[in-house]
Write a protein that binds this ligand. Structure first.
Ligand code: NAI
Ligand SMILES: CCCCCC(=O)/C=C/C=C\C/C=C\C/C=C\CCCC(=O)O
Length: 253
């Protein structure tokens, strides 16, 4: 199901995005890795092309909040690999002080990335269908007293993703949209919260309760989301207690 497919992943220079890329490469996909951090991106692309074969990865320096740059990244992926089958809208930050930036990256850019993915994947627009994984968080399901803007952005990702997922035209044109909701995972983002949290003590308490997961656990959930092809519009959480689909309200009002 993965061999010969092409994926575009935002925020792929490091952290979860880099691991999503590695998982897909191991399974025989080609990857367009998109990130704002050019230095880390180039080093990741070099590493992957050495391990998985020259040409298996291309890197595109892009700020996902810049509509023109994101559009260009999709175009490059299509021009290079001829099709885009999987899109992972993953780039994200925690920034409670500059909460507009937090919403621009975590929600507005995910909306833009979803619309571009739909344009490239929909069968009635020349695509082959495909899967869009939007990276939310456990913070998209629970209230987060110490990071309200971050929580709002991640709640928004779930509402937006599920709304498109159940659109009849999206389904009939072969596009599946799903959300991944990890708890704390060992990446740089959890170290950035102390600088911006509205209440650091509450953050530390939450961190103690939930612990910090190893990357492999989140990758297990990521693969499950991709392989469970009957999970349209689903929200999969992963924390130390397990991997579980959330029972959400039915699609129709
Ligand atoms: N690590 C964790 O505990 C959890 C992370 N998440 C989500 O997972 C996603 C990935 O985060 P991590 O890998 O943990 O963090 P990270 O900080 O290690 O990686 C984030 C990546 O996104 C890139 N990025 C940031 N702003 C960007 C922009 N404007 N344009 C393009 N790229 C940009 C960064 O350069 C970096 O490579 C985020 O959406 C985050 O909210 C969700 C739940 C738990
Ligand atoms: C807000 C910090 C952002 C760091 C990255 C991230 O998204 C991590 C999220 C982890 C947890 C979300 C916060 C609170 C969840 C609250 C309760 C979870 C209860 C767990 C359970 O009983 O299943």
């Amino acid at each position: 199901m993965f061999t010969g497919k092409a994926a575009l992943i935002t925020g792929a220079a490091q952290g979860l995005g880099k691991s999503f890329a590695a998982v897909l490469l191991q399974k025989g996909c080609k990857v367009c890795a998109v990130d704002i951090n050019e230095e880390k991106l180039q080093s990741t692309v070099k590493e992957f092309n050495t391990v998985y074969g020259e040409g298996s990865v291309i890197g595109n320096k892009c700020d996902v909040t810049n509509a023109r740059e994101l559009k260009e990244s999709f175009k490059q992926a299509k021009d290079t690999f001829r099709h885009i089958d999987i899109v992972v809208n993953n780039a994200g930050v925690v920034d409670e002080q500059n909460w507009e930036k937090c919403l621009d990256i975590n929600l507005t850019a995910v909306i833009r990335g979803t619309l571009l993915a739909l344009d490239y994947m929909r069968k009635d627009r020349g695509g082959n269908g495909g899967t869009i994984v939007n990276v939310s968080s456990m913070a998209g399901i629970y209230p987060v007293e110490f990071a309200p803007a971050y929580a709002a952005s991640k709640h928004g990702v779930i509402g937006y993703t599920r709304s498109w997922a159940f659109h009849p035209e999206v389904q009939s044109n072969g596009v599946r949209l799903v959300c991944l909701c990890p708890a704390y995972t060992d990446t740089d983002i959890i170290k950035s919260l102390p600088k911006s949290s509205v209440d650091i003590e509450l953050y530390q308490k939450s961190l103690q309760t939930l612990g910090v997961m190893k990357m492999e656990r989140v990758m297990e959930a990521f693969v499950k989301l991709l392989e469970d092809t009957d999970n349209i519009g689903s929200v999969l959480s992963v924390n130390k207690f397990g991997i579980k689909y959330w029972k959400m309200q039915d699609a129709k009002l």
